[in-house]
Design a protein. Structure first.
Length: 430
């Protein structure tokens, strides 16, 4: 029997290592068709999953129902599986270089569980060549087996968009690849069980890796162009949103918008590609330029607010500012690599006192990760309000709401263009 048929007959199991935004939805979908072992090193998160609770607040309790899955923090349990998927986060270090430590650690852990005939598939975003050049040696060393002979391997990049309730996991075409055509076929059959649009077979593992990393690189560059335009139009005293509205009437104009670019994908993935390019002797000027522009946006916004405060006769050192939203995007609880933190630090450099509130973020996580407290509600009067994230709870707020939060000469910075320009207060948007 093939690995797919044995999985389908539940004679063998699938393991998913890393149960975050990527791994948990994947594990639960597979568990509706196969036996699944869900592994994560975070005991608190696993305890919540055992109770049918998604720590990331993306999935409802119903998503856990009818699933043949065992959640565990014991790596020894991985030995009971034969089709292994790794979807741990891939981040960057302080030097903007890839931090492969979680990925390599997961590879060693799964490697110890590998048996002849097993399959292992990576979903984490990496640079082209990482699976075969960095991960495979760890698997072989930990298992004592030979990749391509004793076990098969492949790469199938995750494409989950956190907070998106329309384009969910099962509705997004899946790119797959394997070390051989037969391996890719078996991997494709397993994923096709849960992916409604089916799979696209990349011609090699490196092609699949490259396809993933350029998806977010392309988006990063396009947003960087919008951010640069926003800076230019601000000097011209032109409303960027009105410009984009007019330009967007042409059929082939790409509709991207300026903003803070954070998160664990767009603000990180381009550095994986630039790292590999530089190792090969090529300086990726456009990609790095786009990254530089997007990294500078919090500073640009902070300086603009300081100008508004001074123009309104307010001393920045005596000013209080309320920031609404700290997650990296709307309607998610994920605070990883959020650029709102950089904005807060830029304002604090001017001695501005900042309150932060967010209906989605965990106060404990924000304190643990960034050492900032969240407030449950506005308190006292502020000198300015910044709406940094377009959470659904903020969309219906009125101008009167923002006015009653502030002293005289109220200021509203609308970074996501949720509202409309008004003369009732000093309004600014990207």
């Amino acid at each position: 029997m093939t690995i797919f048929n044995e999985l389908k007959a539940k004679k063998k199991s699938i393991s998913v290592t890393g149960l975050g935004y990527v791994g948990l939805p994947l594990a639960l979908e597979f568990a509706r068709h196969f036996r699944v072992i869900g592994f994560d090193i975070n005991e608190d998160r696993v305890a919540m999953m055992k109770q049918g609770i998604d720590p990331s607040k993306e999935l409802s309790k119903e998503a856990f129902e009818g699933c043949d899955i065992m959640f565990t923090t014991d790596p020894a349990d991985l030995s009971d599986a034969h089709f292994h998927i790794i979807g741990v986060p891939t981040d960057i270090d302080d030097q903007k270089k890839p931090d492969l430590n979680p990925l390599l650690k997961a590879s060693r852990g799964v490697g110890k569980a590998l048996k002849p005939g097993d399959y292992i598939i990576y979903e984490s975003t990496v640079y082209p060549g990482c699976t075969e050049e960095d991960c495979l040696p760890e698997l072989e060393k930990a298992s004592g087996l030979k990749g391509g002979i004793d076990f098969m391997y492949g790469y199938s990049p995750e494409r989950i968009n956190p907070g998106d309730k329309e384009r969910t996991l099962t509705k997004i075409l899946k790119v797959i690849s394997g070390n051989t055509d037969e391996a890719a076929e078996q991997i494709g059959l397993v994923y096709s069980t849960i992916i409604k649009p089916g799979v696209f077979k990349a011609s090699s593992i490196k092609i699949a890796e490259a396809a993933k990393v350029i998806e977010n690189t392309q988006r990063d560059i396009n947003i960087a162009l919008m951010n640069e335009l926003a800076m230019i139009f601000d000097k011209m005293e032109i409303d960027t949103q009105e410009v984009l509205k007019a330009a967007g009437t042409k059929w082939n104009f790409l509709k991207f918008y300026p903003g803070l670019v954070g998160g664990h994908c767009i603000g990180v993935d381009p550095y994986y590609l630039t790292y590999k390019a530089q190792k090969l002797g090529h300086i990726p000027q456009m990609i790095l330029s786009g990254r530089k522009t997007n990294e500078e946006m919090p500073s640009f916004v902070a300086k603009k607010l300081i100008q508004f405060l001074i123009k309104a006769g307010k001393n920045p050192g005596n000013s209080r500012v309320l920031i609404m939203g700290i997650t990296f995007k709307e309607n998610v609880s994920d605070i990883r690599n959020t650029k709102v933190i950089q904005l807060i630090k830029e304002l604090e450099a001017y001695s501005v006192k900042v309150d932060i509130m967010d209906p989605w973020a965990s106060g404990a996580e924000v304190m643990h990760e960034y050492k900032y407290d969240l407030v449950n509600a506005p308190s006292g009067l502020y000198d300015a309000v910044i709406v940094a994230v377009s959470h659904e709870q903020y969309k219906d707020l009125t101008i009167d709401y923002f006015k009653q939060l502030q002293h005289i000469e109220p200021i509203l910075f609308d970074l996501k263009s949720l509202y409309h320009p008004t003369s009732e207060l000093k309004y600014w948007r990207l």
